[in-house]
Design a protein around this ligand. Structure first.
Ligand SMILES: CC(C)(COP(=O)(O)OP(=O)(O)OC[C@H]1O[C@@H](n2cnc3c(N)ncnc32)[C@H](O)[C@@H]1OP(=O)(O)O)[C@@H](O)C(=O)NCCC(=O)NCCS
Length: 190
């Protein structure tokens, strides 16, 4: 499915990897995204469920900027069945001081352990470094989230430190690892 968005939309129709493609989310996806994020199995052990209405998701999808986008991760070989969601956003509120983008992804439990997150992170990095004048891309991961940490290391990101007790998870504050890759590292990756 390819959904039209708006006339000024600069997002590519889809980012194609070996087994998955990332297509921009559209309003038809709002119900699915709302349901997924309300489901404890989908969000996994390192997020609290995030109950939000499909209207809220529709609003988020329709008000995206060049610094924020949401994608559906789809299987390439099964009629582009949605198996997760991913995206990027600007975590920095003062661009005069700090600049960068942050990537994120969530893979449906039925599709985990098959390299989907790794391919997704790689597609997002290639897309952002190829299409925007961004110097730094980061990802934040609860320190205990070994699968996500490994996916980020696999695509050439490095852990640059720990944000101690920054994230409130299941009723307690936990540490989060800050990963990043800068353009020069992406240019010279093997
Ligand atoms: C974390 C998550 C994205 C991983 O997705 P995935 O598609 O299963 O990941 P991949 O198959 O690409 O595997 C990535 C790496 O983690 C390893 N891995 C997979 N599952 C693992 C697990 N349960 N424990 C430890 N390592 C694991 C893989 O072997 C691979 O490592 P390798 O390349 O060194 O062999 C997925 O579990 C998920 O969506 N969880 C809920 C949401 C979430 O935590 N998102 C990330 C937020 S930062």
């Amino acid at each position: 499915m390819v959904c039209p968005r708006n006339a000024n939309d600069l997002t590519p129709r889809a980012l194609r990897g070996r087994d998955v493609l990332l297509r921009p989310a559209c309003s038809d996806d709002a119900r699915r995204l709302a349901a997924w994020h309300s489901d404890p199995d989908f969000v996994g052990s390192f997020f609290d469920p995030w109950p939000e209405s499909s209207d809220a998701w529709e609003e988020r999808i329709s008000t995206r900027t060049p610094e924020e986008d949401t994608f559906l991760i789809c299987e390439r070989n099964s009629g582009e069945k949605p198996i997760g969601t991913a995206g990027y956003w600007n975590p920095y509120t003062l661009p005069r001081v700090f600049r960068g983008l942050e990537i994120w992804y969530k893979v449906h439990p039925s599709s985990r352990g098959r390299g989907v997150a790794t391919q997704t992170a790689s597609l997002l990095l290639d897309h952002l470094f190829n299409s925007l004048p961004v110097e730094r891309i980061q990802a934040t991961v609860v320190s205990a989230n070994e699968a996500s940490r490994r996916a980020l290391l696999r695509v050439g990101m490095q852990c640059e430190g720990i944000l101690r007790r920054v994230y409130f998870l299941h009723g307690t504050y936990v540490d989060v690892d800050m990963f990043s890759i800068v353009r020069e590292e992406w240019n010279t990756r093997a």
